[in-house]
Structure formats: C-alpha cells, structure tokens
Design a protein around this ligand. Structure first.
Ligand code: MN
Length: 190
C-alpha cells in the first residue's frame, strides 16, 4: 500500500514553463491514478509492501506499469524546481564535459533523446557503478533501474506532461525543461 507523495513545490512554482493546471492533472489525476491502480493490483500479492525499486526489477504487467509510473513521477517532480535557480556542481559539470564535450552538447543530446522518443516514455540521465554517465530513452513505464543503472535525472515525455500547455509541441516543452531542472537534486545523486 503506497500513498501519493506530496509535490516538492507549490503548483504554480514552475510557471511560466509548466502551468498549475498541468500539475493539477499530471500530479493530481495521473500520478494519483498510478498510486490507486498499484494499490488495487498489488493487494494480497508479494508486491503489496515491496519497495518500488524492487517492484521495478521484479514485477510485470499492470503491477509493474503502475508501480514504475509511481516511482518515475515522484522522481520527475524531484528533478524540477523554481525557474533558473540551480546549476550543475563542479563535479558533475566536469563529468559532463569529459563525456559529452560541453554542457551545451550534453543538453543537445539529452533534448534529442527526449524529443525523438517515439510514443510515450521517458528520457534519463543515469550513472553506472563507476560514475560513467548514460543518456537513455525508455518507453511507457520502463525504467533503467531494470538494466542496473542508477537514474540521476529524467524528463517525462508522455503527452499528458505537456499537452495542456504546449499541445503537440514536445520540442518546446523539452526546451523549457532546462529552465526548471533542479540541478541540486541531480548533483546530489551524482
Ligand atoms: Mn506523466
């Protein structure tokens, strides 16, 4: 049995890039529905009280889809904050420059992964046990934890993440993401 974690900011905190209306639906309806469905489907099974990271590794079908989507959304909210308030740490910046050439190149590659993902899913920045960075795309509820990687940043590219604000313009939503990315959260996980 899980409960919907509180949003780590006010519903209007991400404006003008993500509206309070989007958050009312995305957090209040979609995220809530994943919590409710997970509780319904996992009741009486081995997954009922399992940490969601374990559910992601072990479950399939509806229990996996809903459990992973609960984790993915909680993680995504933590990746966001008030516009233009944080920046990468020296340590993370150095790793990004080593692997991607520059922060701008990294942003371009990550944005490209987010924009080109076909259908619904997520783009991720992950690290492995050696601190090497990876940009990943996953479809639907899939999560790189399943492949042994540790997510340190994500963007939700399901249409429900941007449709009310941007309609079909996913590239505009991805461009705006950089203004509201919570680098402090990413720094802490790297
Ligand atoms: Mn979503």
């Amino acid at each position: 049995m899980i409960t919907l974690p509180p949003l780590p900011f006010e519903k209007n905190a991400l404006e003008p890039y993500i509206s309070a209306t989007t958050l009312e639906f995305h957090y209040g309806k979609h995220h809530q529905a994943y919590v409710d469905n997970f509780n319904k489907l996992s009741a009486g099974t081995e997954f009922e009280n399992m940490p969601l990271e374990e559910v992601i590794k072990k479950a399939t079908g509806g229990i996996f889809n809903n459990g992973a989507q609960v984790w993915n959304h909680t993680f995504y909210w933590n990746c966001l904050n008030k516009p233009d308030t944080t920046k990468p740490s020296d340590k993370l910046l150095k790793a990004i420059e080593n692997q991607f050439g520059s922060l701008d190149n990294f942003k371009e590659q990550f944005s490209n992964a987010a924009v080109t993902l076909f259908g619904s899913g997520w783009a991720w920045l992950c690290k492995d046990e050696f601190g090497k960075l990876y940009i990943n795309q996953t479809s639907n509820a899939e999560n790189p934890i399943k492949n042994g990687l540790t997510p340190i940043m994500t963007i939700d590219v399901w249409e429900h993440a941007y449709y009310l604000d941007k309609q079909n313009r996913r590239p505009d939503y991805v461009k705006d993401f950089w203004h509201i990315l919570n680098w402090d959260f990413v720094n802490q996980l790297y």
